[in-house]
Design a binder for this molecule. Structure first.
Ligand SMILES: Cc1cc2nc3c(=O)[nH]c(=O)nc-3n(C[C@H](O)[C@H](O)[C@H](O)COP(=O)(O)OP(=O)(O)OC[C@H]3O[C@@H](n4cnc5c(N)ncnc54)[C@H](O)[C@@H]3O)c2cc1C
Length: 388
């Protein structure tokens, strides 16, 4: 019988599996070796190395939940979440794994023809081909139905014109899923077109955007000027399905953000626990002050509550039962918790918490955008409220 006076370590149900545990060990080793020691350099150069992608591919971490016949790991969303969890626990805010592996590869898997999947997925799994998704435009973010980028059919090509902004993985991307207008106004006029952009005439990577945090990520603008893409690169069997295709993938995208949010919050909590044992003030560890102990008690509770809600949603998704409103709830709530927890933990570091050489400072700067991308938290509440 367990001792009720001792706290019992919480184990996420989806992690309670030998295969997932081995994968977490593999991912942890990868982040420790390939990413953590380089985070400062990645931040300075505003991108990870191309070798980082190839090393992740060689380790078998990319496209982990894509079937083996397409070069993937053949895992489930639990495997995808295991890698994302370890990335969050490593405090990595540079490597654009989730956009590539959890999002772009899944667009191709869900909507690509057999030929498209064979053409692109194996190279994405090795890291040779890096994926990006280009939805947001300078004039349109939340109101995605209003995008202006056009893809006009001319013979067996689309001629693409327009510009996108805030696009993750822009420097390394060889494959960009472009949300473009192939028809009239509104959602019915939108299609997803996949461009192999390396050396493609009319494709331009714009300036690297200077952000509050996540400095190691290559977030840029993209411009398309009479860029010709073969019509066979349309995702889906006919034009006008793009908006529906995006909507169907959003629950997984939002869950992916939530996994990172909870992992980061848990890391911040543990960093604060360690620091408050070592740092002294007024002749005792700062962890001995009641305010510190109460803060840690509250923050630890918030993290546990967020983790159990996340686990509930991961379980639903593994059963193909995660609905859009519940995915919106877990995205907005866990990212709010993340920002609050990281802020309160940073406070316990005093002035050191404001110094970028302390991981807690990077966690703080990186957390803020979680409430904005993947659909802002206000849009999440809008979506939830429509189902009430
Ligand atoms: C670091 C970073 C990486 C990103 N990566 C990508 C990427 O890889 N690909 C991509 O396509 N995009 C990406 N984005 C874009 C991101 O998804 C958008 O910024 C986000 O969807 C919000 O759009 P917006 O910035 O145009 O804000 P807006 O839509 O202009 O919103 C401004 C404010 O108005 C509020 N608002 C808007 N509509 C409503 C409403 N109906 N009700 C209540 N409030 C509302 C919003 O919540 C927000 O507070 C990234 C953004 C960042 C910052």
């Amino acid at each position: 019988m367990s001792d009720i006076l001792q706290p019992q370590p919480y184990v996420s149900p989806w992690m309670d599996d030998a295969d997932v545990t081995d994968l977490r060990t593999l991912a942890r080793t990868f982040f420790e070796r390939e990413v953590t020691p380089n985070l400062e350099r990645f931040a300075e150069q505003h991108q990870v190395d191309k070798e980082t992608w190839l090393a992740a591919g060689a380790a078998g971490l990319l496209c982990i939940s894509i079937p083996e016949e397409y070069g993937g790991g053949g895992g489930s969303f639990a495997h995808e979440a295991a890698v994302l969890w370890e990335q969050g626990r490593a405090g990595d805010d540079a490597f654009g794994y989730s956009v590539h592996s959890s999002i772009v590869a899944h667009y191709l898997l869900a909507y690509g023809s057999e030929e498209q999947k064979q053409r692109w997925l194996p190279r994405m799994a090795t890291g040779e081909l890096v994926g990006a998704v280009a939805m947001t435009e300078p004039g349109t973010g939340s109101d995605l139905q209003n995008i202006r980028t056009t893809a006009t059919r001319e013979g067996d090509h689309y001629v693409v014109n327009g510009s996108k902004t805030f696009i993750t993985n822009s420097s390394h991307a060889g494959l960009v899923v472009i949300v473009a207008r192939t028809g009239g106004e509104g959602a019915q006029g939108i299609s997803l077109i996949v461009a192999e952009v390396e050396g493609l005439e009319g494709f331009e990577r714009g300036r690297v955007l200077s952000k509050i945090g996540q400095h190691g990520q290559d977030t840029r603008e993209l411009a398309f000027t009479d860029m010709r893409v073969p019509t066979e690169n349309l995702l889906g069997t006919q034009e006008g399905q793009g908006f529906y295709q995006l909507m169907m993938q959003l629950p997984q995208e939002r869950l992916v953000i939530a996994v990172g949010a909870v992992a980061s919050a848990e890391l911040a909590y543990e960093l604060a626990l360690d620091y408050t044992k070592e740092r002294t003030a007024f002749g005792k560890p700062i962890g001995a002050f009641q305010n510190t102990r109460f803060t840690l008690a509250e923050v630890g509770t918030d993290v546990l509550a967020a983790r159990t809600f996340l686990d509930h949603c991961v379980g639903l998704h593994l059963d193909s039962r995660l609905d859009a409103a519940t995915a919106s709830r877990v995205k907005y709530w866990t990212t709010d918790v993340q920002c609050d927890v990281v802020d309160r933990c940073l406070q316990l570091f005093g002035g050191y918490g404001y110094m970028m050489e302390y991981p807690i400072a990077r966690l703080y700067a990186g957390a803020r955008v979680q409430k904005i991308y993947g659909g802002t938290n206000e849009i999440m509440k809008e979506l939830i409220s429509r189902t009430l």
